[in-house]
Design a protein around this ligand. Structure first.
Ligand code: SF4
Length: 379
């Protein structure tokens, strides 16, 4: 039986972080129960589809899933355990934010099979957390992290961000050095992007955001790489680091362009070369499920050329790169022929390297990754 990933979206947050354009809502406590009821209905609709697969990874993301009260989260977890075919030792992650976790929730997660916690943290300095709209302090993060360990979580990811307004390289160093001392198994380290329709986008347009320069941003990227690899973290994806054996199974599904099913508001699925996505308005989502209407808004078949393009630019995010032989075998194509010009150009420019069957970005290629990814779009 084929293995896939399952994504479950919980779209609620305590308040909106200033940089966030995710599909998440604040101040919606009254929607917790109807949303979960809707989610369970969607699971029922997708029951037959789900029964065709073994789930190798589950990611409950958001939003802030840890904001859901215990009784609501328990309904979702019970449904999963009672109805889905789960792979033995699957990776089962929940996203959380400090300030929304407690012992009771963590114990429920662990008891229900969740074996990986992903914690949004971002920066070590309390003033910085406030400036980017986070609801917690550094101490709350440390308390939650230690509590998760105490309860028994042996696989924790911490999300960090650099290139933040007014952030200095020394502050970024302080963040990295202190996180390393806590010894999480996985660290994501993303550069801030100013996304449309966020508080930061408005401030940026008004000239009120002082961001580090491009050069400083790159220095921060390499500082993370330096500190983390010196502390035994493997740099396995452009923005992700882990201890040996702790690569995120779920994220690798996306980077390898494999199949997954998404459940929840705005969730995407990719099955049988067809991409679908759900409604993005929470009220519409709840209402449609209540009335037994469709909640999928987009359905498009991926042509083989789109799929190959995606495999290229997603796969190149992995530091190990793309296994050309594997791609050729799986899709009965000849990557070196299809992309002959691009591969030659990027190798000549020092952006890419080929070693045996692997094609991967060089450090210069990582710095200019968007340019390389664009090159692999097939007209
Ligand atoms: S906690 Fe996460 S999803 Fe929620 S607003 Fe902040 S960044 Fe967005």
């Amino acid at each position: 039986m084929k293995e896939i990933g399952l994504y479950i979206h919980i779209p609620f947050c305590h308040s909106k972080c200033f940089y966030c354009d995710f599909n998440s809502y604040s101040n919606m406590k009254d929607k917790f129960n109807p949303y979960v009821e809707g989610l369970l209905k969607e699971f029922e609709i997708k029951k037959e589809l789900l029964s065709k697969y073994i789930i190798k990874s589950i990611f409950i993301g958001g939003g802030t899933p840890s904001l859901l009260p215990i009784d609501e989260m328990k309904k979702i977890l019970d449904y999963i355990n009672d109805n889905l075919k789960l792979k033995k030792n699957l990776e089962f992650t929940i996203e959380s934010n400090p300030g929304t976790l407690d012992r009771e929730k963590l114990e429920l997660y662990l008891r229900s099979g969740i074996n990986r916690i992903s914690m949004g943290f971002q920066a070590w300095q309390d003033y910085m957390l406030k400036e980017i709209g986070r609801i917690h302090t550094k101490d709350e993060f440390i308390q939650n992290f230690k509590l998760a360990r105490e309860v028994g979580f042996e696989n924790i990811n911490v999300d960090l961000m650099f290139g933040l307004p007014n952030q200095t390289i020394e502050e970024w160093r302080e963040t990295l050095e202190n996180i390393v001392k806590l010894n999480p198994e996985h660290i994501s380290s993303y550069s801030l992007k100013i996304e449309d329709n966020t508080i930061f986008a408005r401030k940026y347009d008004e000239g009120l955001l002082k961001l580090p320069s491009e050069e400083e941003d790159r220095k921060m990227y390499y500082l993370a790489k330096d500190i983390l690899t010196k502390n035994n973290y493997i740099h396995y994806e452009i923005s992700n680091f882990c201890k040996k054996g702790y690569e995120s199974v779920h994220n690798v599904i996306y980077w390898k362009n494999e199949e997954y099913i998404g459940v929840g508001l705005g969730a995407h699925s990719y099955i049988n070369k067809t991409r679908t996505s759900n409604l993005i308005d929470v009220n519409e989502y709840i209402k449609n499920l209540k009335m037994g209407n469709r909640i999928e808004i987009v359905e498009e078949e991926n042509h083989i050329k789109d799929h190959i393009s995606e495999c290229m630019f997603l796969g190149l995010r992995l530091i190990k790169g793309i296994n050309i032989y594997e791609l050729n075998e799986t899709y009965k194509v000849n990557i070196e022929q299809i992309y002959e010009k691009q591969i030659k150009k990027f190798i000549d420019e020092g952006l890419m390297k080929q070693e045996g069957q692997y094609l991967f970005l060089t450090p210069k290629g990582i710095d200019l990754s968007n340019q390389v990814f664009m090159g692999f779009l097939i007209e």
